[in-house]
Design a binder for this molecule. Structure first.
Ligand SMILES: [Zn+2]
Length: 394
């Protein structure tokens, strides 16, 4: 059965319709919720020359026009549902766009919350406020994956936990991360490029693109690559993502590409000069996206300036089914740092770093289990495994 949802009153909410199309993926939960509220949209009619479907009751008898907030939300949507199979899977197709399969069950979990948030706004809605409603409704929930691509490596605890436990050792891994939701995949950090891994004889190394392939992500097709900071183990794999937009803090970029201080031994030791030259060459390209401070890059994904380890390390705050989760990369090498306010020994600005911890804890309302560090072996060992050396954090 196929059906189409189009605005039933398209005379005065064109802006909202446009926003609904832009935020297409986020409207999927609402569509599912609409189906679940007891109606099926399957009756084709014409309005202003456009096809649309009205709600009919199960069994095929036309009963009523939907009422209340749900109705308003449906008016916002401009989404074509081209096939539904036994209520389990739904194929959705944006008008004129590509189609995607949706597992209905997954979205039902989140539909109520989304709808609830949107309804509150609609009750108070003037046209101006409806913009906020569309945005509130348009936040996908992402799943977060940690992909180990090298390690384990052993060092003194003091290396990853500043000036503590010199006599004890600790194992750490190298990771990249992926956030998937709302039809989008964002890769967080690029790992080490294969040639440098060979040069450094990096143990347990698998090229980051092959690690991503283990969960079905094609690095070559990636559109969004966020670079937390420009250390070799985080920005080195740039060449593996030839089509991605690269999101990097401008201040971080300027330091590593232009500042002569970054060529001094303590910085050079953790930099990949070849890759930093590649970053320099990208200047002016549409692929390079400079971030200044905090910035939302997609619905449900915000980059946060959390300096200290480097001049402008950025974390990535992600909306998940469990609330806000933050991939913080080397803002903490191990999770303990978030809780005990003690960073690694690689410090650019200690006061700034401690402020970053305070900010991150505030962002997750004190729930440090939603903060994820850069090198902690627990990320591999204490979360559900979804593929070889890949775990699902949230
Ligand atoms: Zn690192």
């Amino acid at each position: 059965m196929g059906f189409v949802l189009l605005p039933q009153d398209d005379s005065n909410n064109l802006e909202l319709q446009r926003m609904a199309v832009l935020n297409f993926d986020s409207f999927i939960p609402i569509i599912n919720q609409a189906e679940d509220a007891g109606g099926i949209w399957d009756r084709k009619e014409k309005l202003n020359g456009k096809n649309f479907y009205k709600r009919v009751a199960k069994g095929g008898q036309e009963t009523r026009k939907p009422k209340g907030p749900l109705d308003n939300l449906i008016k916002l949507s401009q989404i074509m549902v081209i096939r539904r199979e036994r209520h389990l899977n739904t194929t959705l197709k944006k008008k004129g766009g590509k189609s995607m399969q949706v597992k209905r069950r997954e979205f039902l979990k989140t539909g109520v919350a989304t709808l609830g948030a949107a309804s509150l706004g609609l009750m108070a809605a003037g046209v101006g406020q409806k913009r906020g409603v569309a945005e509130a409704a348009a936040v996908p929930e992402y799943k977060l994956y940690a992909l180990k691509y090298a390690g384990p490596f052993t060092s003194s605890v003091a290396m990853v936990f500043f000036n503590k436990e010199w006599d004890k050792t600790i194992a750490r891994n190298y990771y990249i991360w992926a956030a998937q939701g709302g039809g989008q995949t964002v890769v967080f950090d690029a790992g080490v490029r294969p040639a440098l891994a060979a040069e450094r004889k990096l143990g347990g190394y698998v090229p980051p693109d092959m690690a991503l392939a283990r969960i079905g992500i094609d690095a070559k097709k990636m559109e969004h690559l966020v670079i937390s900071h420009m250390h070799f183990d985080h920005n080195g794999g740039l060449e593996l993502f030839p089509n991605a937009k690269i999101y990097v803090q401008r201040k971080e970029y300027d330091f590593w590409v232009y500042d002569p201080i970054s060529r001094k031994p303590p910085y050079a030791a953790v930099a990949d000069a070849v890759v930093n030259k590649q970053f320099g060459d990208l200047r002016g390209s549409a692929r390079l996206v400079f971030i200044d401070g905090d910035q939302k890059i997609l619905p449900g994904i915000e980059l946060l300036l959390t300096p200290g380890h480097t001049p402008a390390l950025q974390s990535m705050a992600v909306n998940t089914a469990k609330g806000l989760a933050i991939l913080a990369s080397d803002c903490a090498h191990i999770h303990r740092s978030f809780v005990e306010d003690n960073p690694s020994c690689l410090i650019t600005d200690l006061p700034a770093w401690l402020n970053s911890y305070a900010r991150l804890r505030e962002k997750v309302q004190g729930n440090c289990s939603m903060l994820f560090p850069g090198h902690d072996k627990d990320m591999l060992e204490k979360y559900p495994k979804v593929a070889e050396d890949v775990t699902q954090l949230v």
